[in-house]
Design a binder for this molecule. Structure first.
Ligand code: CO8
Length: 274
């Protein structure tokens, strides 16, 4: 793949959008390659994913404006569907996906981060939906996911005004869970950049997820996602079924037996995914 990199570190997979010369903007090829990257994740081994962008400046600066500039109405709709299909794949991917937002997350960049389960960002990150300034609506789920994440009032303000927000404001409104800074020693030297610390934090979080019972984690993702789409009466039935589904698995039997075993010397073994 030309624009997407994939690396597996134990039970954690890292997908990097690698088109830094265009600030990782999403053209059709990037979307196709992202689709392929997610399809190729080995779900028998990988239990959590990280999605990030190459370089220190930009996560994803949006959909490719050059490619979009000459689209017809039908082509525009088809391009929207192409992005939506990939983003929905990320959102419903069986294992959690953490967006490590290293800089600009504008338009399609903000949108792809919102299709991930969790967002953390470097302190130079900038979020926004600049589409109305370009004569279009947010087209990769921005009108839908932003309102669900930060509330309709704040989403409408961001989308109608097309005003970008910086990391602290994104944190304040709940768009990101954590803002990561560089490490500076007493002499004022940077010993680790915000980007390095961001990736380390994302990997630590992903490893923390990966050590928990995989069927239970997957079922939690499904329960939260599917439950949010229906009323509470239906949502708790979804939860009941996914809760019940965990029983009789090796991991449930082992996890509970480990707790009940009073032997203080015991060492917890990794969950097996069965
Ligand atoms: N598309 C294509 N190329 C881009 C994009 C983009 N979104 N963003 C940056 N680039 C390119 C620039 O053209 C430039 O290329 P070159 O060096 O060949 O001139 C290179 O990246 C570097 O960019 P800048 O020189 O502009 O870098 P600056 O540091 O000066 O500025 C900014 C950085 C502020 C991020 C600026 O590049 C910018 O404003 N980019 C566009 C941001 C934007 O408007 N994004 C939203 C796009 S619309 C969208 O995402 C819609 C999603 C839904 C689509 C639905 C389809 C139907």
């Amino acid at each position: 793949m030309e624009f997407v990199l994939y690396e597996q570190k134990g039970a954690v997979g890292i997908i990097t959008i690698n088109r830094p010369q265009a600030l990782n903007a999403l053209n059709s090829q990037v979307l196709d390659e992202l689709n392929e990257a997610f399809d190729s994740v080995n779900l028998d081994e990988v239990r959590a994913l990280i999605l990030t962008g190459a370089g220190e400046k930009s996560f994803v600066a949006g959909a490719d404006i050059g490619e979009m500039s000459t689209l017809t109405k039908a082509e525009g709709e088809a391009f929207g569907k192409k992005g939506n299909d990939v983003f929905r794949k990320i959102e419903t991917f069986p294992i959690p996906v953490i967006a490590a937002v290293n800089g600009f997350a504008l338009g399609g960049g903000c949108e792809i981060s919102m299709s991930c389960d969790i967002r953390i960002c470097s302190d130079n990150a900038v979020f926004g939906q600049p589409e109305v300034g370009l004569g279009i609506t947010p087209g990769f789920g921005g009108t839908q996911r932003l309102a669900r994440l930060v509330g309709a009032g704040m989403a409408k303000q961001m989308i109608y005004t097309a005003r970008n927000i910086k990391a602290p404001e994104a944190y304040r409104i709940g768009l990101v869970n954590e803002v990561i800074s560089a490490t500076v020693d007493e002499a004022g030297n940077v010993t680790a950049t915000a980007q390095q610390n961001l990736l380390a934090a994302a990997e630590k979080m992903a490893a923390g997820i990966a050590k928990n019972a995989p069927i239970a984690v997957r079922n939690c993702k499904k329960a939260i996602n599917e439950g949010l789409d229906v009323d509470m009466d239906k949502a708790i039935v979804i939860e009941e079924k996914l809760f019940g589904d965990c029983f009789e698995t090796e991991d449930q039997k082992y996890g509970m037996a480990f707790f009940l075993d009073k032997n203080k010397e015991k060492v917890k073994e990794p969950f097996k995914n069965c």
